[in-house]
Design a protein around this ligand. Structure first.
Ligand code: WTA
Length: 675
């Protein structure tokens, strides 16, 4: 019976109604970058890996690569080996000759009373070069060093990223909403001696103090034996200091003041090996410790440039707005690196989509004449609830829209299509992960019809397969779900987990590898950790994580991380987190805790446990409920049955629980949660 309760979600058969197709409008097709039906043939497995030379060809190289794919150290793939390239040069300098006066970044501050800033490629070049010179000469940073960034959604964030990339410094941007402690863990793990932050920024109409988190981060890192030598603080409004915390003498430096000494200074881009790491992006996995996904320079940039061109359909004259946060992989790939590599104009919006009202995104779209829009189902659901008819009030026209990060309900998809897109825009539902660099599944917008709720087939060059628990392929159209994997490597795939290569192999490649000594990529399918089903037409529907990851409003959090945070409260003996469905956020965490003997539940304790999660991680991880329970449902071997807790939280049947060590607790908890 224990086994039945433990059946992996991905094996549970799923049946859902097939949705009807929507076809891309002719107006879109006639202008699209990719209309060639042969593309799937060109990127077939027979043409692998050389097919991906086409993506690398979109970039400028100092030295051409010698081998497209090196598998000698499988599954640590080497892409474009022997090549030399600089990401900052490709996103900035190479556009100057023809487009120096063009807007690279439109920055929209959250306050509507504040003017939008339009930063040209020339200005971006000057600001990136000066800041790179500062990082090199004032901080002593050089190729291979790491720098942690904890920046909000402001142009100084891509400027800092591109300045690092210019020197070959590996940047590690931590989502600004993460707490100082969460930032500290990432500083220590990456070994960063420099932290780049901002004094404050606007969110929901109020200034957030960001610099106070830097103090906590530096203190916590010091407790772990790691010294943050320099904290560079940008000012949101140069000359005005927004933080309540003073600059720490000798450690903290105001960037705007320092930059005065770097006027006119230029740091030349350093030609980096294609395989040099470009950045780390920490993400949640099955253990409490976040892992630093290490992305390469040449392979990553080629992949995001290729997919930005063909899947996002970015043309030089487009105004492209991705409303994600640059602190997540979507922002790295599809706000910064992809669009800028193609010389597009990319929009950065500081604040929340519904501030001050649900018309805000559509006013921004109208003002800037945005024609490509990119967001998450959570944002779409929130905008739909707050202002279902708002888009009709504004005169903007999207040719292309993206949804990313979570499964989208067909009904929500249709609102996005009919109302936001005014029936004129093509939609791509893009499935991928922090580890992947860029899209894995999506329709090619001018080629495949759209199907609400389905991501579509693998994008050109990506060959997915669904395996059952025993490694048998689950055929398309069987109605059975399984573990989605990718048969082949691709240039955007991460290189390793920073400092933990064994975990990299164990978690992503060992599951279905038949020969761990093999140097043949065919033996190393990439295990994504998502359940999926493939419809008869070949489209994939992604069902969600099969591991201990919970996707809250598109933010990826580890249940173990939230549990560890709860355990920092001295009274807490045990903690278990389960996902519960939420109308807007997709999923929210419910936290169950059992107290150590002698302690009693109280409202004060509830609050302290909930606050601990915010302090350790972020407000985005705050539990929907904290249930202080007399006991956890457990197997006879003492394992907490999270699946039973999830059923209780969702008001569903828990199945046969008679084999639990303490079946009586189930009714008790059910009663507690129901009232
Ligand atoms: C989920 C975000 C359904 C999935 C780019 C994946 C999706 C996790 C989709 C990665 C989609 C992402 N449809 N589910 N279109 N896109 N996911 O690392 O569970 O923040 O494993 O990367 O989000 O989240 P991450």
């Amino acid at each position: 019976m224990e086994e039945r309760i433990d059946v992996p979600e991905a094996e549970i058969a799923v049946h859902w109604q097939e949705e009807k197709y929507y076809y891309p409008p002719t107006k879109f097709i006639t202008q699209a970058n990719l209309t060639d039906e042969e593309v799937y043939e060109r990127f077939s497995l027979d043409k692998f890996p050389e097919c991906f030379n086409e993506y690398a060809g979109l970039l400028d190289w100092y030295k051409h690569w010698e081998r497209t794919l090196d598998t000698a150290d499988a599954p640590f793939w080497g892409w474009y080996v022997g090549g030399r390239i600089n990401a900052s040069y490709n996103c900035v300098d190479r556009h100057l000759a023809k487009n120096k006066n063009k807007t690279a970044i439109h920055f929209v501050p959250e306050l509507e009373s504040e003017a939008t800033q339009h930063i040209t490629y020339q200005e971006l070049y000057v600001r990136v070069s000066e800041f790179a010179a500062l990082l090199r000469d004032f901080c002593g940073l050089k190729a291979g060093d790491r720098a942690t960034l904890h920046m909000p959604m402001v142009p100084e964030l891509p400027i800092a990223m591109l300045a690092c990339a210019r020197l070959g410094v590996i940047h590690s941007q931590v989502f600004s909403g993460f707490s100082g402690r969460a930032c500290a863990d990432r500083i220590v793990d990456s070994g960063s001696r420099v932290l780049i932050t901002m004094d404050g920024y606007y969110r929901n109409g109020a200034i957030q103090d960001q610099k106070e988190k830097a103090d906590i981060a530096a203190e916590e890192a010091a407790k772990g034996g790691h010294s943050v030598e320099k904290v560079l603080i940008w000012q949101r409004y140069p000359g005005k200091y927004l933080s309540a915390k003073p600059a720490v003498h000798g450690r903290d430096h105001i960037v705007n003041d320092l930059l005065k000494g770097y006027r006119g200074r230029r740091a030349e881009p350093v030609p980096m090996p294609a395989e040099a790491p470009l950045f780390l992006m920490y993400t949640s996995g099955t253990t409490g410790k976040p892992k630093g996904c290490q992305h390469s320079t040449g392979g990553y940039l080629a992949y995001v440039a290729g997919t930005s061109k063909y899947i996002q359909d970015i043309h030089p004259e487009d105004v492209y707005w991705c409303m994600a946060d640059i602190g997540w992989i979507t922002g790295h790939s599809y706000i910064v690196y992809g669009p800028l590599a193609l010389g597009a104009s990319t929009v950065i919006y500081e604040g929340v989509p519904t501030y001050p009202d649900a018309g805000r995104p559509w006013r921004i779209a109208e003002e800037l004449d945005v024609n490509i829009f990119h967001t998450s189902p959570t944002a779409i659901r929130a905008l739909r609830r707050a202002g279902p008819d708002e888009p009709n009030n504004y005169d903007y026209h999207f040719k292309h829209m993206t949804t990313v990060g979570e499964p989208i309900e067909p009904e929500v998809w249709r609102w996005y299509h009919n109302v936001v897109g005014k029936g004129e825009a093509v939609i791509v539902d893009t499935w991928w992960q922090t580890e992947n660099g860029g899209f894995l599944c999506s329709t090619v917008p001018a080629l495949g019809p759209m199907k609400p709720g389905s991501a579509g087939p693998g994008v050109p060059g990506i060959h997915p397969v669904i395996y059952d628990e025993d490694g048998n392929e689950i055929p398309r159209g069987s109605g059975r779900a399984g573990n989605i994997c990718i048969r082949n490597p691709w240039p955007g795939i991460f290189q390793t987990i920073w400092g933990d290569p064994d975990r990299f192999v164990a978690q992503y490649y060992a599951r279905y590898c038949k020969d761990q000594n093999s140097k043949d990529w065919r033996d190393w399918p990439y295990f994504a950790g998502d359940g999926a089903v493939q419809a008869p037409d070949g489209y994939y529907r992604i069902l969600g994580r099969i591991d201990d990851v919970i996707n809250v409003a598109g933010h990826r959090l580890g249940t173990k991380e939230i549990e560890s945070a709860a355990l920092t409260v001295p009274e807490v003996a045990e903690a278990a987190v389960v996902p519960v469905a939420d109308e807007i956020k997709g999923k929210v965490p419910d936290l169950y805790v059992a107290l150590k003997p002698g302690f009693e539940p109280s409202p004060e304790l509830h609050k302290r446990i909930s606050d601990a999660v915010v302090t350790e991680i972020s407000p985005i991880a705050r539990p929907a409920h904290v249930w202080i329970v007399p006991d956890m449902p457990k197997t006879r071997s003492g394992k907490i049955m999270r699946r039973v807790l999830a059923a209780i939280s969702s008001g569903q049947e828990a199945g046969d629980v008679s084999t639990l060590a303490n079946p009586e607790v189930v009714d008790e908890l059910r009663h507690m949660v129901a009232v």
